[in-house]
Structures are given as C-alpha cells and as structure tokens.
Ligand binder design. Structure first.
Ligand code: ZN
Length: 92
C-alpha cells in the first residue's frame, strides 16, 4: 500500500472517530483532507469512505445519528442532515 493510500485510510478512521465523538467539524476536516490527498494522487477513495461521507457537505455520515437510512429497490439510500442523498447497491 502506498503512502497516500495509507494516509487516506488514516484520515478515514480519524473522521469516523471524530464523528463518533460528535465532533462534526473535525470529521469534516478529515474528510476534506482525505479527498484532497486522493485527488492529488489520483487515487480512488475507498468504497466505505465514499459511502459514509456526504458529497455536498463533507460530513461523515452516521446512520441513525446524522443520517437516515432507507433500503429501497435493492439500494441503500443514506440521507444526510443537509438533505443530500447517497445511494448505493445493497450488499447483504
Ligand atoms: Zn450533507
């Protein structure tokens, strides 16, 4: 694993931990940093990262806390508090 990918993984766990602490702004900061690292290194963000971050407001989504989850037509739809929807295939 190269350094950039490792860095993204690390920022991802930091974002998740910050979100769990209720430190939304700090979580956003890590999410944005990770996006920037990915962009600069032309890396694709890990799927879990993409699923649990809001494209619009960069918040780290916590289903049941700051995001609503609905399963519909074989897709999971996550709705962020900002109103943005994230949709991805359901994997049982
Ligand atoms: Zn949002």
């Amino acid at each position: 694993m190269d350094i950039a990918a490792e860095r993204i993984e690390r920022l991802h766990s930091l974002a998740r931990a910050a979100a769990a602490d209720g430190a939304t702004d700090r979580a956003r900061y890590y999410v944005r940093l990770a996006r920037r690292v990915a962009e600069r290194n032309r890396l694709t963000l890990p799927r879990a990262f993409r699923q649990f971050t809001c494209d619009r407001c960069d918040v780290y989504l916590r289903p049941g806390k700051n995001a609503r989850v609905r399963v519909r037509d074989g897709h999971v739809v996550l709705t962020c508090d900002c109103g943005a929807h994230a949709r991805y295939p359901y994997e049982g």
